[in-house]
Design a protein. Structure first.
Lengths: 116, 107
């Protein structure tokens, strides 16, 4: 059974950092292209970042809104993907989902609230 | 960036109707178009991928089509359980972009 479980969310002040983890199982993680997608309180979905597999040199891509502040990474030995979020802004408040290939498999999401 | 213009924003339909939701891409996306359904408190669930392919386990009353750069999701004889918010997503080029969503209510 495919599982994706996000952790690491919470309440953080503007300008601070947070790191999200997505632990996966049930598929060959090392070959998978992984994404982070977020959903604002207004329910708008926004693609955040992608990391490809080792065979694609772990290429990464970002939404303009997070470029330079967020970093996606992965540890194939742990079947996990990460999202390091720095210089957080109030507009980063959202539910963050990890997803395998933007297809059928998504995690349950983790809430990140940026507020003073 | 590719813009996805989704309509309508909300829709109330009866169980006898055919429901159609559309997404127009600002440029060609080579059928790299998916449709998702989301229910309150849940993650988006894949319905259609590659514009017309039905995802595993999705009822056949859901179907996808394309005309030019406009993509459509059709629900034939919707069920009460089909209520929720529907989103399209283009995965042709980064940044991948979602439509704004269509809230479907069944009456």
């Amino acid at each position: 059974e495919v599982q994706l479980v996000e952790t690491g969310g919470g309440l953080v002040q503007p300008g601070k950092s947070l790191k999200l983890t997505c632990a996966t199982s049930g598929f060959t993680f090392s070959n998978a292209w992984m994404h982070w997608v977020r959903q604002s309180p207004e329910k708008q979905l926004e693609w955040v970042a992608q990391i490809k597999a080792k065979s694609n040199n772990y290429a990464t891509y970002y939404a303009e809104s997070v470029k330079g502040r967020f970093t996606i990474s992965r540890d194939d030995s742990k079947s996990s993907v990460y999202l390091q979020m720095n210089s957080l802004k109030e507009e980063d408040t959202a539910i963050y989902y990890c997803t395998w290939g933007l297809g059928a498999y998504w995690g349950q999401g983790v809430m990140v609230t940026v507020s003073s | 960036d590719i813009q996805m213009t989704q309509s309508p924003a909300s829709l109330s339909a009866s169980l006898e109707e055919i429901v159609t939701i559309t997404c127009k891409a600002s440029q060609g996306i080579d059928d790299y178009l998916s449709w998702y359904q989301q229910k309150p408190g849940k993650s988006p669930q894949l319905l259609i991928y590659d514009a017309t392919s039905l995802a595993d386990g999705v009822p056949s009353r859901f179907s996808g089509s394309r005309s030019g750069t406009q993509y459509s999701l059709k629900i034939s004889r919707p069920q009460v359980d089909d209520s929720g918010i529907y989103y399209c997503l283009q995965s042709y080029s980064t940044p991948y972009t979602f439509g704004a969503g269509t809230k479907l209510e069944l009456k």
